[in-house]
Design a protein around this ligand. Structure first.
Ligand code: FMN
Length: 231
């Protein structure tokens, strides 16, 4: 099955755009799944998955987990919510890792995978990156690399962002600054001058596409039918 890209962020925002750009670099016919609007409950530690390595909570997780298991490689992106990966992403990985590990099955072992880590401030993708690195290690995925970027705080569109002293916009720009296309982050509009911003050598979109190409190279190397494997 093709490479799968999953976004635990909002629809049509930065997490999704970066995951999709990574998939553009993979080429072929990748699958994209947005967890936005999907119901993914946290692990209840019910042990219902022990015998089958399959979670028994019947919600949207089951379908998404099957897609991941059947894919050749995975790209997973999530935003920072209160200094760690958002709870949609955490719930997904709790259930994926717990259901997979019983009897040392580890169904994702060795699968190439990449991380997309997004935060509202310059460096705020870091905690998401660390969370996902831990889950990837737990699932025994083969980490190919990561892309970190600045996302768009919800305060950019809440209607009060420019004047709200405790909002994300005010953490970036002086109160009263007008919100405009120029200061709104997107995959094609990052603000590397902000403290702690990830350094994109060139454009974020290009960096994401390069990440996808790296995944494609790993897959080509492990495909016995690929030219690099033929003697
Ligand atoms: C409930 C909530 C909490 C957040 N907490 C933080 C935070 O602690 N630090 C941060 O940098 N951004 C925080 N953000 C901002 C998100 O990381 C940012 O909006 C990101 O772009 C969301 O990704 P998306 O637009 O792809 O969904 C928070 C957003 C929400 C909705």
């Amino acid at each position: 099955m093709p490479v799968i890209g999953i976004s635990a962020g909002r629809k049509n925002k930065v997490t999704e755009s970066v995951v999709k750009a990574v998939l553009d670099g993979v080429k072929g016919d990748p699958t994209f799944v947005s967890l936005s609007g999907k119901l993914i409950r946290p692990c209840e530690a019910c042990n219902g998955c022990v015998a089958t390595n399959r979670c028994v909570l019947d919600d949207d997780f089951l379908w998404a987990a099957d897609q991941v298991r059947e894919s050749d490689a995975l790209v997973f992106g999530a935003p920072n919510h209160f200094r760690h990966m958002n709870s949609k992403g955490l719930a997904f990985w709790e259930r994926l890792c717990f259901s997979g590990r019983h009897n040392a099955l580890f169904p994702l072992q060795g699968k190439p995978a990449a991380i997309v880590a997004i935060g509202g401030d310059g460096g705020a993708g870091k905690p998401v990156l660390e969370d996902l690195r831990r889950y990837f290690r737990d699932a025994r995925l083969d980490l190919v690399g990561h892309v970190e970027a600045q996302g768009e705080y919800a305060c950019f569109t809440c209607g009060y962002g420019s004047e709200c002293a405790v909002g994300g916009f005010a953490s970036l720009y002086p109160l009263g600054t007008e919100i405009s296309d120029d200061n709104t982050p997107s995959i094609d509009n990052q603000h590397p001058h902000l403290p702690g911003s990830p350094c994109h050598h060139g454009s974020l979109r290009d960096e994401a596409i390069e990440m996808g190409k790296a995944i494609a190279r790993v897959l080509a190397c492990s495909d016995p039918g690929s030219p690099s494997q033929r003697t």
